[in-house]
Design a protein around this ligand. Structure first.
Ligand code: PA5
Length: 428
């Protein structure tokens, strides 16, 4: 099993069977596409229905980028960047051997970050993937204008046109129109797939392919998760088990927050993607869990005290990796001044496993707090595709259990309107 939802570390056990009827109903609504937000359910079958010709174009363009450039700048925000970043960091690690560097811009107005990024790119051979469904997101549009101007001035308009790849709506929007006018290679964000559910489309797959990761493996992993979540039975459906456990802890036990825990520094961005998925899907109508994330054992030395003995307004969901890509062994030291010879010959994977077991025991048995454990087979492109779909499916179920529309985000508009008004944008 690629992901298994273990519920034996809940201090407040969940009666799964009591949720089965409700889950069946929501599942039927999902499959029949009759629930709230049903015009945004394209992600459900996308791993098997995706546009095969576009995938071929994605692979060909990625090969071109890899052959002609040293850096790809991914220009997007929210759902138009988090998935790609999560995937690239989780799979390549934080010290990638691959020669293609991937940078992210368009997700901030911070002048220092932007200036430093532009300065860094001054003498680099770089391509741009600008990603925006609406085509008008200000952070992304401003960054893209800066990047495009830089490239056109430095290399000429024709060279810039070859280096720019636009992922946006198929028919409309400012970015669509600009891309058509300039003749950029274009990829499509389907109408019926929202930003936070779009990592398996060109939004995620083109940057992923440029990073040297097989996009088809990601899709195949998602297709397997789709197959595995077709049966709503809470005995079998691991995504729905997770959704129901969250609902139980929120609604019955009274938890207000969930910590997504990993033990892997290169999964920090996966936590960011997860936070957007659940935060934007569920955080509405004044009811929802606060999604937060932490990396152990690192954060046990910062948040650990709070988690152990602070206000237990939260529960933890731990992504427990069963197999690691690489391992390191503790060497022998003749003098043993550091007293570590008791670990001599031990693999770090074994040490980490004991840290996981000890922490779980500390937080559940001593601390009396609830922990959902997601056993995860190990990180690769296929399994990550599986994990993405697993969470998407769980999130849809969880939001419907909480009686909110998982696929809109009306609250995000409020800051934009205020900002536009303050900036003097016409019409605001
Ligand atoms: O999930 C979402 O819908 C949002 O996070 C969007 O992806 C984000 O606001 C960026 O929007 P756009 O792709 O239109 O630039």
């Amino acid at each position: 099993m690629i992901v298994e939802t273990k519920l034996d570390h809940l201090v407040h056990p969940v009666d799964l069977a009591s949720y089965q009827d409700q889950v069946n109903q929501i599942h039927e609504g999902l499959m029949a596409k009759t629930g709230r937000g049903n015009d945004f359910l394209g992600w459900l079958d996308w791993p098997v229905n995706y546009d095969k010709a576009e995938l071929a174009q994605i692979k060909a363009s990625a090969a071109y980028v890899r052959a002609h450039y040293d850096v790809l700048v991914v220009c997007g925000i929210g759902g138009s960047y988090l998935g790609a970043r999560a995937a690239i960091e989780a799979i390549r690690g934080l010290f990638p051997k691959d020669k293609m560097q991937i940078l992210f811009l368009g997700q901030t107005f911070d002048p220092t970050y932007v200036a430093q990024c532009l300065d860094y790119l001054k003498d680099k051979k770089f391509a741009i993937n600008v990603i925006s469904k609406s085509g008008t997101t200000t952070e992304t549009s401003v960054a893209f204008r800066l990047l495009r101007e830089m490239l056109e001035k430095r290399d000429g308009v024709d060279a810039a046109r070859k280096a720019i790849f636009a992922t946006t709506d198929a028919k409309r929007g400012a970015l669509h129109d600009l891309a058509v006018q300039e003749g950029y290679v274009r990829f499509v964000i389907p109408d019926d797939i929202g930003g936070r559910y779009s990592v398996q489309t060109a939004v995620g797959l083109f940057p992923i392919a440029c990073a040297g990761i097989d996009p088809e493996a990601v899709l195949n992993g998602s297709a397997k998760a789709r197959e595995d979540t077709m049966d709503p039975s809470l005995e079998k459906n691991q995504a729905y088990r997770y959704a129901v456990a969250r609902r139980h802890l929120y609604h019955e036990v009274g938890k207000d927050a969930e910590f997504f825990i990993t033990y892997v520094p290169s999964f920090v961005q996966l936590g960011e993607w997860w936070k957007q998925l659940f935060g934007e899907s569920e955080g509405k109508e004044g009811k929802s869990l606060l999604p937060d994330s932490a990396t152990f054992t690192t954060d046990l030395h910062s948040l650990g005290q709070f988690i152990q003995q602070g206000h237990h307004c939260f529960f933890e969901t731990t992504l427990h990796v069963l197999h690691h890509e690489q391992d390191v062994t503790v060497p022998h030291d003749e003098q043993n001044l550091d007293g570590l010879n008791y670990l001599e010959g031990k693999a770090l994977s074994d040490i980490q496993e004991k840290a996981f077991e000890g922490t779980l025991q500390a937080h559940t048995e001593t601390g009396k707090n609830d922990n959902i454990v997601l056993d995860f087979e190990g990180m690769n492109a296929f399994n990550l595709g599986y994990l993405f779909y697993f969470f998407e499916r769980a999130c849809a179920m969880s939001a419907y259990l909480n009686d909110v529309n998982p696929f809109d985000q009306p609250g995000v508009e409020v800051y934009k309107k205020n900002m536009f008004h303050l900036l003097g944008k016409p019409g605001f």
